[in-house]
Design a protein around this ligand. Structure first.
Ligand code: 13P
Ligand code: SF4
Length: 344
């Protein structure tokens, strides 16, 4: 089917459904999907918007954990749909809930009752484990605020699943390297170094984003050798060495703001998912030079297409919406609500 025809059909359904339908999209979605979004945002902005939406049907264009978070925050009677239910975040899958629970239990038995703080890029089941332990969720936009909140509880913190965001956030807050420890969670937690875990103030789950791991400090050094005036802005899922070599690091919304505020004529290199970089390059064509640090695409984000957005809209009334089991939803929503309150 031609894109123009798909777009026309989507427009017709949106007109017909009016305020009963809201389409949300993450910044990493492709332009043809983003063109249909009522709300475009980073993970934090999108989570915050859910509670205020009155639409009966909310279509979430992004990866599964985002739609699942929306389903946790939706009002009774609201239905959340995702055009690509198989769009998993690879990083979130690095922390299976049963393993997180086993590791927390083993730490507790060893006298280390840490407060878990999970990046929003995690399953509802992990958020439920975290919520039940008194912990909270964070996003890349509020990680420093939330890590400080967690450290202030005085129990020590387990940051999961992204060891890169965790370490970058510790650098922002000035947490000493000697107060940090990356857990070895292999063999169901049997390989944990319990002495190191007892001594460290912040423990990290050993997960990371393979897309952001591709951005290297050496590539930034090479760019600077070519043009000392180049500005490099990256996402904090990149390694601490890459963040140290960049001019700035922040969430997808932070990156958009950084580009908007750069002076005309600026040469800006961006280290994040390619759809966002390409969109900014088009938007500022002729005013600022926007280039990717590397061609890094999230194949799961790419599963959300204009064609499956249309298919979702055509099937809204018959489709099974995203559901989170009530036993999981209540403690998981508590962890998200703690974030929304602490980072308001
Ligand atoms: P943001 O919260 O910055 O939008 O990032 C989400 C994400 O998945 C980055 O890889
Ligand atoms: Fe997950 Fe990385 Fe894709 Fe973001 S870019 S959704 S962290 S796999």
């Amino acid at each position: 089917m031609m894109t123009a025809e798909t777009a026309r059909k989507i427009d017709a359904i949106r007109r017909e459904r009016g305020n009963d339908l809201a389409i949300l999209a993450h910044h990493y979605q492709t332009d043809d999907v983003v063109a249909h979004a009522d709300i475009l945002g980073d993970s934090l902005e999108l989570s915050r918007k859910i509670a205020a939406l009155s639409a009966k049907d909310i279509v979430f264009c992004g990866v599964y954990f985002m739609a699942e978070t929306a389903a946790m925050l939706a009002a009774p009677g609201q239905r959340i749909h995702i055009p690509a239910p198989d769009a998993a975040c690879v990083m979130s899958e690095m922390a299976p809930a049963a393993l997180v629970e086993a590791v927390l239990t083993r730490l507790r038995q060893a006298g280390r009752d840490v407060l878990p703080l999970t990046y929003v890029n995690s399953s509802a089941a992990v958020k439920a484990v975290v919520g039940a332990c008194g912990g909270a969720v964070c996003t890349s936009a509020n990680a420093p605020k939330m890590l400080k909140w967690a450290m202030d509880q005085g129990r020590g913190v387990l940051f999961l699943p992204d060891k890169m965001l965790g370490q970058n956030t510790c650098n922002t807050l000035g947490v000493a390297a000697s107060a940090r420890h990356i857990l070895d969670v292999r063999s169901g937690g049997a390989r944990l170094d319990l002495d190191a875990a007892r001594q460290a103030e912040v423990l990290f789950w050993p997960g990371q984003c393979v897309i952001h791991a591709r951005f290297k400090a050496a590539d930034i050094a090479a760019l600077r050798a070519e043009n000392p005036d180049v500005r490099v802005v990256i996402h904090p899922e990149c390694s601490p060495a890459t963040v140290a070599a960049a001019d700035a690091a922040g969430s997808t919304s932070f990156i958009i703001k950084y580009v908007a505020e750069a002076p005309a004529g600026a040469d800006i290199v961006i280290g994040t998912e390619i759809n966002l970089v390409n969109r900014l390059a088009k938007q500022y064509q002729g005013q600022k030079t926007i280039r990717p640090l590397a061609l890094s695409a999230c194949s799961n984000m790419a599963k959300g297409t204009e064609a499956n957005l249309l298919a979702t809209l055509q099937n809204l009334d018959a489709a099974e919406p995203v559901r989170v089991d009530e036993a999981v939803r209540a403690p998981a929503a508590l962890a998200v609500t703690r974030m929304l309150e602490a980072s308001a």
